[in-house]
Design a protein around this ligand. Structure first.
Ligand code: HEM
Length: 235
C-alpha cells in the first residue's frame, strides 16, 4: 500500500488491484479489532478513539482511517529510517568505527543519519492563499512538494552538508516534519532507534553489510524511501 502513498513512480494495473485488496484487508482487520475493543477496551489508541468518538466528532469510518494512518505513519517510516541509518553508517568510511568506539555520540549520530537519508522524502501541503517563494507564484489550491532531502542539505543551514558529522549540534533537519504537523511519533521512533542501535553496538562489534546479498533500494514510492532487501552480517 505504501508504494502508492504520495504517488507511485511506476506501477502496473495488477499491482493496483493488489494494493486495493490490501487496503480492504486492512479495513476488515480494523472493523473486527474495533468490535473487539468495544467489548474489551484496553489502554490503547483505538480504545481511546472509540471511547471519545462523540467528543472528537468521529464517525466509525474516520476511526478506521485514523487507525490505518497511524499504522502506516508509524511502521513503514521507522523500519525504513532504521535501514537508511544503518546503510549510511556501514558504507561511509570510518563512521561505524567512530560510533562503536564512542556510543555517547549516539543521539547526535542518529540526528545526523536521519538528516542525510530521510525515510520520508516529501512533505505535501495545499496552499490556502496566494504567495510567492523566490520568483515562483503559488496560487490557492496549489499542491506543494517539500523535499526533505533538499531542506536537510541546505548549505545556508548546514555547514558542509554532504559530510556526516556526529559532532553536529543544533541539527535542524526536517526528517520528522516541521511546525503544527510535526511527527506525533518522533519521540517513540527516536527511542526505538536508540535502543536498537545500543543493542547493535553492544552485541555486534563486527556488524557489516552482507557480502553476497547486496542491499536493494526501493524505488516505487515518491514519499517513502528505504530498502526492499537489506541483509547484515554479524561476524
Ligand atoms: C523514523 C520514523 C519516523 C519518521 C521519519 C516520521 C516522519 C514524519 C514526518 C516527516 C511527518 C510530517 C508529515 C507532514 O508534515 O505532512 C510525520 C507526521 C506524523 N507521524 Fe511520523 N515519522 C516517524 C515515526 C512515526 C511513528 C512511530 C508514529 C506513530 C506511532 C508516527 C506518527 C505520525 C503522525 C500521526 C503524523 C501526523 C502528525 C500531524 O499531521 O499532526 N510517526 N512523521
Amino acid at each position: 500500500m505504501t508504494q502508492f502513498f504520495g504517488g507511485a513512480s511506476t506501477y502496473t494495473n495488477d499491482e493496483g488491484i493488489e494494493v486495493n485488496q490490501s487496503a480492504l484487508n486492512l479495513k476488515t482487520y480494523f472493523i473486527d479489532l474495533i468490535e473487539e475493543r468495544k467489548k474489551h477496551p484496553q489502554n490503547d489508541f483505538l480504545s481511546i478513539l472509540i471511547k471519545n468518538k462523540e467528543t472528537f466528532g468521529l464517525t466509525e469510518d474516520e476511526i478506521i482511517s485514523q487507525a490505518i494512518m497511524m499504522l502506516v505513519a508509524g511502521q513503514i517510516t521507522t523500519t525504513d529510517q532504521m535501514c537508511n541509518n544503518l546503510y549510511t553508517l556501514l558504507t561511509m568510511q570510518g563512521k561505524k568505527h567512530e560510533l562503536w568506539e564512542n556510543p555517547l555520540l549516539l543521539d547526535y549520530a542518529l540526528d545526523e543519519l536521519n538528516r542525510l537519508d530521510p525515510a520520508v522524502t516529501f512533505i505535501f501541503r495545499v496552499s490556502k492563499t496566494q504567495t510567492t517563494i523566490d520568483q515562483q507564484c503559488i496560487k490557492p489550491g496549489d499542491v506543494i512538494f517539500i523535499s526533505t532531502h533538499a531542506v536537510n542539505m541546505d548549505p545556508r543551514v548546514f555547514e558542509s552538508p554532504n559530510e556526516c558529522l556526529f559532532t553536529r549540534g543544533n541539527n535542524k533537519q526536517i526528517s520528522y516534519g516541521y511546525g503544527g504537523h510535526y511527527c506525533l511519533g518522533a519521540k517513540l521512533a527516536k527511542r526505538e532507534m536508540k535502543l536498537c542501535f545500543l543493542e547493535l553496538i553492544r552485541a555486534f562489534p563486527e556488524l557489516s553489510i552482507h557480502k553476497s546479498h547486496l542491499p536493494k533500494r526501493k524505488h516505487h514510492s515518491l514519499a517513502f524511501s528505504g530498502f526492499e532487501e537489506f541483509y547484515l552480517q554479524f561476524n
